[in-house]
Design a protein around this ligand. Sequence first.
Ligand code: SAM
Length: 334
Amino acid sequence: MFQHKKTIAEGDLVLAYIGRDNLKPITVKSGDVLQTKYGNFPHTDMIGKPFGSQVTSAKNVGFIYLLLPTPELWTISLPHRTQIVYTHDSSYIVQRMNVVGGSRVIEAGTGSGSFTHAFSRTVGPAGRVFSYEFHEQRYLQAKEEFESHKLENVTLTHRDVCNEGFDIDTEIRAQMVFLDLPSPWEAIPHLSRVVAKDQTVGICCFSPCIEQVVKAVEALQDCGWTAIEMTEVQAKKWEARKEMVRELDDAIERLRDVKRRQKEGAELKKLPPKRDADGNEKDRGYNPFGKGRRIAEGDESFQWQNVSKTGPELKTHTSYLLFARLVPVLGAEV
Ligand code: SAM
C-alpha cells in the first residue's frame, strides 16, 4: 500500500496538483525539474517539505501543491493503459460488497490498476487481492507499478481467466469478485472453484453496455448466483474550499486601488516592471481581491471561511454495475 509519510524525501512518489484536472505523478530526484505552464519547480526545493505543501515556481509566477499519493488521487493521475474504474464507482462497489480489512478479493482484468489500488488499501495487510490480466504488456507494467507502490497484498497473475479460470498455487477462498472484462459470462463458470464455500460471496460485473449485462445475468443464474441487481452511479463533484472573508473596508480599499491603478495605468504599462535584487518582479501593493500580491488560499494573515462548491453533473455513462450473491449450499463439503 502507499505508505503514509509526513515529509517529502528523495525518491518519493509525489502527485503534483497543477490544476483541477491536472495531477502529475513525479518521483522526486535532486537536480530534476518539473516543468509546467505555471513555471518550473526544481525537485530539490520539494525535499523536506511536508506533503500537502504549496510551492511557488522558481520565478514566482505560479504555484502547485505536492500531494501524498492515495488510491483516489492515483486514479486521477495514473498513466492510462485502458479504460479505468473511477472513485465514484469503486467506492460504491467496495461498500456495497462489504469489502473490509481482511477481505479476500478476486479482480479481473487488472487493466491500469486503478481499482487494484483501492482494493489493496481497503483489504489491508490481513487481506488479499487476486488480480488477473491477460495482456502481457499491461501485466508487466502493473507488476512493476504494484512493486514500486508496495502493494504487498496483491497477487498478480498473467492469465486469460475466460479460458483458463482463476486457480493458482495458493488457495484463494475469495469472498468478493469484481469482473471488468468484455465477456464476464465466460469467466463466471470458473468462479465456483475459487470462491469461499463457507459464506455468502458477492460479485460485481462492470459492463458498459446492456447486451453484456444480459449475457452476464444469464451466466450468473446458470451458475446459481442469486439476488441479481443492476445499478448505475451518477456522481456529482463537491469541493471543499476556503473563501476570503471580505469586509466592507476591503471593498472600499479595492475601489480605491482600482482608481489608483487606472491613474497610474497607461504610463506604468509602458515602463518595464520594477524588480528586486534577485530579479523578481516587485510587489505593487496589497489587494485582497486579485491584482498586486498573489495570496495563497488559507494565508494566515487573512480571514477565511470554509465553503463547498459543486462541479457540473456527470452526464457521461460509465458502466452498469451488476451485483449478485452466491449463497453456500447447506450440507455441502467446505
Ligand atoms: N478495472 C481496471 C482499472 O480500474 O484500471 C480496468 C480494466 S480494463 C477495462 C479491462 C482489462 O481486462 C484489460 O486490461 C484487458 O486486457 C483485460 N482482459 C480482458 N479479457 C481478459 C481475460 N479473459 N483475462 C484476463 N484479462 C482480461
